[in-house]
Design a binder for this molecule. Structure first.
Ligand code: AMP
Ligand code: MG
Length: 395
């Protein structure tokens, strides 16, 4: 058995960033940016007003209260054609460019709001309420580095930089095989000894959430031949995930089938609970994750091994692994004598502190133990308390 860290290293050593493709900006949410984006212009492009008010020269209002003639309006998008003459004011709106000659904006609330003349009740320090040219970013600044995941804020910056399309990592296709003679598809009539294949839909959803493209190849019967044939078919995809059939049972054929196909085993069995019998294999130029059949083992090993690999394959360079935070457990979780336990918890913020509630069932077969799980509490071998909580969802 190897440690989780060792297993993660072996996974990552097998993965390289894949191809790049252009996408329209509107379709780039959740994709991995694969180009460096440099600002072509200063932002803001010119000094502009942070308030609705009056553009003035500080020297003219230093002795407020004072009344000045108003020489026109400056609306956002309509710069003044003329500079501000000494001893006058111009009405100015938020975002409008400050006219030459003005150095301060007095917000309307500190005036009588006049349109012919304005009485400024109170002087403000020189430069107040002016957003300076280039204050946000300057031409030539790197706005976004290659290798980040694009979120709403990144889309705003890309649009601000004038981009209508961006180069992103291609989404790898991921074959999903569900092994097990006991499996029937959701919607099929229940039969004695049969259970519904929930790992297939679970893994497809996890793959989609990670930003890749699932290809559900269905249920694979527990024979050597069927398992071999299924892995052959799965070679049309960039990655392969199977569930079940990796333990030491008489009908566990995943490792056998992979060996028969000439795959190279990178590891089998990791010191963790749940998920111990997970296998990593390289078949031709494809990486195969043989996840255990227990739904929760699938869930946990996906977050620890598969999601980071998919992110790396799309060219992501930061935040590949779930981040670890400290959180107070509301109830003790029993560790295992010989393995590290990953307990599903619900993490939330309360009174300025992160709190983690272990979910009702911690059985690796219980689907309910995944509901609301946005964290995995890490319980060291033989331990009682959590040494940290890995975040696998939003708090
Ligand atoms: P295995 O790893 O094949 O020994 O399976 C371990 C347990 O997980 C068994 O109780 C299976 O019935 C269950 N299991 C295996 N595959 C699935 C699946 N696709 N959906 C739901 N449960 C499964
Ligand atoms: Mg099985």
């Amino acid at each position: 058995m190897i440690s989780v860290e060792e297993a993660q290293q072996r996974v990552m050593a097998e993965v390289a960033a894949g191809g790049v493709e252009p996408v329209a900006l509107a379709g780039s949410l959740g994709r991995v940016l694969r180009e460096e984006v440099v600002a072509a212009h200063d932002a803001p492009a010119a000094d502009n007003s942070a308030m609705d008010g009056y553009a003035v020269r500080f020297d003219d209002v230093a002795d407020a209260p004072v009344t000045l003639p108003v020489r026109g309006d400056i609306a956002a998008g309509h710069p003044s054609a003329t500079p501000l003459e000494p001893g006058t004011a111009m009405r100015i709106m938020t975002g409008a460019f400050v006219p030459d000659g003005a150095d301060t904006v007095i917000q309307v609330e500190l005036t009588d709001g006049g349109t012919e003349t304005v009485t400024v009740e109170k002087a403000l320090p020189r430069g107040t309420n002016i957003r300076r040219r280039g204050e946000d970013t300057r031409a030539g600044d790197v706005l976004l580095r290659a290798g980040i995941r694009i979120g709403p804020a990144e889309i705003a910056l890309l649009a601000g930089a004038g981009k209508t399309s961006v180069r992103v990592g291609r989404r790898p296709t991921v074959a999903i095989l569900s092994t097990g003679d006991e499996l029937i598809d959701a919607g099929e009539a229940p039969a004695p000894g049969k259970i519904v294949n929930s790992n297939g839909p679970l893994l497809a959803a996890l793959v989609t959430e990670a930003g890749a493209e699932p290809r559900t190849l269905g249920i694979v019967r527990d024979t050597r031949e069927a398992t071999i044939a299924a892995f052959e078919r799965a070679m049309e995809c960039d990655f392969v995930i199977s569930s079940g059939g990796v333990s030491v049972g008489a009908y566990d054929f995943v490792k056998d089938a992979l060996e028969a196909l000439g795959a190279e085993t990178k590891f089998w069995r990791v010191s963790m609970k749940p998920g111990k019998p997970v296998v990593l294999s390289r078949l031709r130029d494809r990486l195969v994750f043989g996840l255990p059949g227990n739904p929760v083992s699938c869930f946990v090993s996906f977050h620890l091994f598969v999601a980071p690999a998919l992110r790396k394959a799309m060219g992501q360079e930061t935040r590949l692994f779930p981040p670890s935070v400290r959180a107070r457990l509301t109830a003790p979780v029993r560790g295992a004598a010989d393995r590290r336990v990953y307990a599903r918890v619900h993490v939330f913020a309360e009174n300025g502190e992160l709190v983690a509630t272990p979910l009702r069932s911690q059985s690796s077969g219980a689907l309910t133990s995944m509901l609301d799980a946005n964290g995995l509490a890490v319980i060291p071998e033989g331990g009682e308390g959590a040494e940290g909580v890995l975040l696998i969802g939003a708090i």
